[in-house]
Design a protein around this ligand. Sequence first.
Ligand SMILES: Nc1ncnc2c1ncn2[C@@H]1O[C@H](COP(=O)(O)OP(=O)(O)OP(=O)(O)O)[C@@H](O)[C@H]1O
Length: 129
Amino acid sequence: MASKETKKSFRGSLSKSFFFALEGFMYVLKNERNIKIHIIIAIFMILLSLYLNISKIEWVVLFLIIGGMVVIEIINTAIENVVDLVTEEFHPLAKIAKDVAASAALVFAVVAVVVGIILYLPYIVQLVK
Ligand SMILES: Nc1ncnc2c1ncn2[C@@H]1O[C@H](COP(=O)(O)OP(=O)(O)OP(=O)(O)O)[C@@H](O)[C@H]1O
């Protein structure tokens, strides 16, 4: 059984980890232009979805897409910073690392657009009719 001391330090390190993670998220929010664009689009999509009264499963899909995009942007920022830490000089491997990380966001954005069309087109068609 874990001692009182161990349990206390586990709780301490858990709350520290939470605040470090929050600090990381605040850094991305403040410094990354793309995340601001994603958040504006996400707010617009949430308002549009409220107006269209989409189903529960469609809300789940929407939040998975929004969450996925934000998480990719966060990981992308981490990779960019690690690359800059390793070298500020031009290096072909630095280019590959940054370009490949950026391509994850590109692929997910294309997926998000396709999912968005599948999800919202029927509602838009219904509105226009
Ligand atoms: N050290 C480097 N060596 C070689 N190419 C690099 C290096 N740093 C950046 N690049 C190239 O420049 C591009 C832009 O890099 P940068 O670090 O400016 O990211 P960014 O455009 O600011 O990304 P974001 O807008 O997502 O923050 C990279 O995708 C890569 O092709």
